[in-house]
Ligand binder design. Structure first.
Ligand code: 5AD
Length: 347
C-alpha cells in the first residue's frame, strides 16, 4: 500500500468508507480470526518525569494526587486476571528512570511471575536504557508498549517540550532497543491532534510498517483542561469525526499489517458509546479491561471524560465482554494471545 492508498482510506466517506471497513473486517478474520484476547490493565503509577503537553498526569500538574499501586494490590489484580482466564496483564505507568526504579519493577515482575507463571506480562513504562529493558525482560515481561505519539518530528515537538528529556530521537532509539531486547513491540499514535494532517497519519501507518511493530494501541486525542494543548482545542475535529478518523486508522492498519495485534483503546470508547466494539469489529483483536483498584482510578486521568473511573474490575471486565459479544467476536480465554506477526518472524 502506498501513502496515497492510505490517504484515500483516511479521507473516505459514505459507501467508500463502508467498503473499506468491511474489507478490514474480512482481512482481520482471515488473518487473526474472530478471537479477542484480554489483557488486564493495571495503571500502576502516575508518577512521571515527563511534561507532555497533552497528558493529564504530566509532571508539573500539581492538581493530582500521585500514587503507586502496592505490590499486594498488583498481585490481587493479577489474581483477578488469572481467575477470570485473561491470559495476560499490562503494567502501565508514568515514565521514571533510575536504578532504584528499575529494581522496584524487576522485583514486582518476579513476584507476579512466581505466583502466576501462566500470565503473560506487557509493560508500558516509557523510555529506558538497554540494561533496564533487558533486566525487565529477564524478570518476566515479554511485550512492551511505547507509543511514538506522532512519527512527524515537527509535530512531536509541538506536543512535547523541546528539550533533551523529550527527545524524538531518543524515543525512536528506545523502540529499536526494545526490538533488540526481543520484546514483542507495540507502538501507537494519537489521532486528531491539533496541527496534525491526514498525511501525518498516513505516514504514521507507514512508520509502523517500517518499524515492523507486532502490536498497536492508538486512539483519538482528547483534550484535558490542565494541559498546554488545551488552548488549541478550537483546532480539533468534532468528536464524532475524530472517532471516525480513529476507526479509519484501525481499519487502515489492519489492511496494511494483517497479522499484528491491534488494541481497542479506551479513548475510542470516550468518543462513542460503542467505540471499542466498533474498533474490534473493524480491525482490533485485543481488549484491555481495567483492573486498577478503584481508589486510584480518579488519579490516572489522561484526558477528559475517561470512561471507567467509577467502575470496579468486574464492571470493566463485563462491559468489555458485552461489547465483544455485540460485534459477534469471541474471547480467547487462557491464552497469551501473542502477536502472530511476531511468531511468524521467529520461524
Ligand atoms: N488524549 C488521548 N490519549 C492520551 N494519552 C495521553 N494523553 C492523552 C490525551 N490527552 C495517551 C498517550 C500515551 C498513553 C498512555 O495515553 O498516547 O502514550
Amino acid at each position: 500500500m502506498t501513502k496515497n492508498d492510505l490517504i484515500n482510506i483516511l479521507s473516505a466517506t459514505g459507501d467508500h468508507l463502508n467498503n473499506i471497513l468491511n474489507n478490514a473486517q474480512k482481512i482481520k478474520i482471515d488473518n487473526v480470526g474472530n478471537q479477542v484476547f484480554l489483557r488486564g490493565l493495571i495503571e500502576w503509577s502516575n508518577y512521571c518525569s515527563k511534561d507532555c503537553l497533552y497528558c493529564g498526569i504530566h509532571s508539573s500538574n500539581s492538581k493530582i494526587i500521585r500514587y503507586q499501586v502496592s505490590d499486594e494490590e498488583v498481585l490481587n489484580a493479577a489474581q483477578y486476571a488469572f481467575e477470570h482466564h485473561f491470559g495476560s496483564i499490562v503494567v502501565q505507568g508514568g515514565e521514571l528512570s533510575s536504578p532504584q526504579h528499575t529494581k522496584i519493577v524487576s522485583q514486582l515482575l518476579r513476584k507476579i511471575k512466581s505466583e502466576f507463571p501462566e500470565l503473560g506480562i506487557t509493560l508500558s513504562l516509557g523510555e529506558q536504557n538497554k540494561e533496564t529493558f533487558l533486566e525487565w525482560r529477564e524478570a518476566g515481561a515479554h511485550r512492551y508498549l511505547l507509543r511514538i505519539e506522532s512519527s512527524n518530528p515537527d509535530l512531536y515537538y509541538k506536543i512535547h517540550p523541546q528539550n533533551k528529556q523529550h527527545s524524538y530521537e531518543h524515543r525512536i532509539e528506545s523502540l529499536y532497543l526494545l526490538k533488540e531486547c526481543d520484546y514483542q513491540l507495540g507502538s501507537g499514535v494519537m489521532i486528531g491532534l491539533p496541527f496534525q494532517t491526514i498525511e501525518d497519519l498516513a505516514n504514521d501507518l507507514l512508520f509502523f510498517k517500517e518499524l515492523d511493530i507486532d502490536m498497536c494501541g492508538m486512539g483519538p486525542y482528547i483534550e484535558h483542561e490542565d494541559t498546554i494543548l488545551y488552548q488549541y482545542r478550537h483546532l480539533l475535529l468534532p468528536k464524532n469525526k475524530r472517532f471516525e478518523l480513529g476507526l479509519k486508522m484501525v481499519a487502515g492498519l489492519r489492511l496494511l499489517m494483517p497479522d499484528i495485534n491491534i488494541a481497542a483503546t479506551t479513548a475510542m470508547q470516550s468518543l462513542h458509546p460503542q467505540g471499542r466494539g466498533l474498533a474490534i469489529k473493524y480491525g482490533a483483536n485485543v481488549a484491555m479491561p481495567n483492573l486498577t483498584p478503584k481508589k486510584y482510578r480518579n488519579s490516572y486521568i489522561l484526558y477528559e471524560d475517561k470512561p471507567g473511573i467509577t467502575e470496579d474490575s468486574w464492571e470493566s471486565h463485563h462491559q468489555f465482554e458485552e461489547e465483544i459479544a455485540a460485534v459477534n467476536c469471541v474471547i480467547g480465554y487462557d491464552r497469551w494471545g501473542d502477536s502472530k506477526h511476531y511468531q511468524a518472524k521467529k520461524v
